[in-house]
Design a protein around this ligand. Structure first.
Ligand SMILES: [Zn+2]
Length: 383
């Protein structure tokens, strides 16, 4: 860890002197955990500067533009890793550039911040969550590294996948009633939640029957609200938002990843759908921020880190343009990061940061010494 980052960490952890030379009782007394909470939001699926914070893109992200001055805006956040959704997001939540199987069949090569936080702070399993639209993110919450791994990371929920499973079951089992019958879908959904824990859109750590029941109810409520809700949600990202909000209200975790992903619809080639998704993601980020401000468990002690996990190819790339994100040119790699909430400098900066810095930053906010990380804590959000 760089010196400044370490100093920021020590300050945050309430340590006046280096912990190595402090007697154990001093450490115990001074290392009382702060009550800071961190939510990392991937403004995800891949979006370029020109559709977001470049002058011509501002109209697509009105909520973030309105919030920008109250937070800290990093103009240069660089993804130096593999330009795929899984690896980019895994790099964010491990602090190390990851190069693993991109379809979620592999595990990160270094421990996630969820595992490090849970291990260092010995917090409950319900204190670390990842709510993800991308269906290949089932393994995003943990590694298989010794001392970490299975059951020691984040609770991972893939809400869209849960709903798709339910619909699929309805179609398979009950062609008469079909998916138009919402009660039928819901009863199937309940069956899925009751059936198992692996491979069907969620990995929840068993914490006793009571907890299981509570988590099931929470997820179901989020999904029911999705189906019946007055806000008429219609996309995977909206469903992710609803479930994330339910988790915040029910469990108030201190560390959470919210993965939005719908704007990756761009791969299908419709620019207008891509732009709509950008604007929807902007709205959902705004709603998440509203929840942070209105929820007593989060208000005044939460930092929201919003970042596109990657950009998309530039228009000069005529074979691709906005469709893909594999050219490796600056429009793929150079994005932005907006930090909102507690403990920040306000304003904007040109100082380059990288996606791997977010993991180290999140752990520093939680008062946890990161294990070896390529990323460094971002000083502007550790004041
Ligand atoms: Zn993509």
């Amino acid at each position: 860890m760089r010196r400044l980052a370490k100093r920021a960490f020590l300050k945050l952890a309430g340590l006046a002197i280096a912990d190595r030379i402090a007697p154990r009782w001093v450490r115990a007394a001074q290392a009382a955990p702060s009550d800071r909470k961190v939510i990392i939001v991937t403004f995800g699926g891949g979006c370029r500067y020109q559709e977001t914070f470049a002058p011509e893109g501002l109209r697509n992200v009105p909520r973030l533009v309105a919030l920008k001055d109250s937070g800290m805006f990093f103009k240069n956040c660089v993804n130096d890793g593999v330009l795929s959704h899984y690896n980019s997001t895994s790099s964010i939540v491990t602090g190390n550039w990851q190069r693993v199987d991109d379809f979620g069949f592999g595990w990160a090569a270094s421990p996630t911040i969820f595992e490090q936080y849970r291990k260092a702070r010995r917090v409950a399993a319900t204190d670390a969550w990842a709510i993800c639209t991308n269906k290949s993110f089932a393994s995003i919450g943990e590694t298989r590294q010794r001392g970490f791994g299975e059951g020691k990371g984040a609770n991972v929920v893939l809400p869209k996948q849960l709903l798709l499973e339910a619909v699929d079951e309805v179609i398979k089992r009950d062609l008469d009633q079909g998916v138009a019958n919402r009660e039928n879908v819901l009863s199937q959904l309940e069956g899925i939640l009751n059936a198992g824990y692996e491979g069907i859109g969620w990995t929840i750590f068993r914490g006793g029957r009571q907890l299981d029941r509570q988590i099931k109810q929470t997820l179901k409520r989020g999904l029911v609200e999705y189906i019946y809700g007055p806000e008429a949600p219609s996309s995977g990202d909206e469903l992710t938002f609803f479930v994330a909000r339910e988790v915040m209200r029910e469990f108030a975790p201190r560390l959470m990843l919210v993965n939005f992903w719908d704007m990756d619809v761009a791969h299908w080639g419709a620019y207008s759908l891509y732009l709509q998704a950008v604007t929807k993601t902007d709205r959902l980020c705004g709603m998440l921020w509203d929840e942070v401000r209105e929820n007593r468990a989060y208000r005044d002690k939460t930092t929201l880190l919003i970042v596109p996990e990657l950009g998309r190819d530039g228009d000069q790339n005529t074979a691709n343009g906005f469709l893909n994100h594999r050219s490796g040119d600056p429009s793929c790699r150079n994005v932005w990061m907006l930090a909102l909430g507690a403990g920040l400098e306000r304003g904007e900066t040109d100082r380059p940061i990288a996606h791997v810095d977010l993991g180290a930053t999140a752990l520093a906010m939680l008062g946890v010494h990161p294990l070896e990380m390529q990323g460094e804590a971002i000083r502007e959000v550790l004041v």
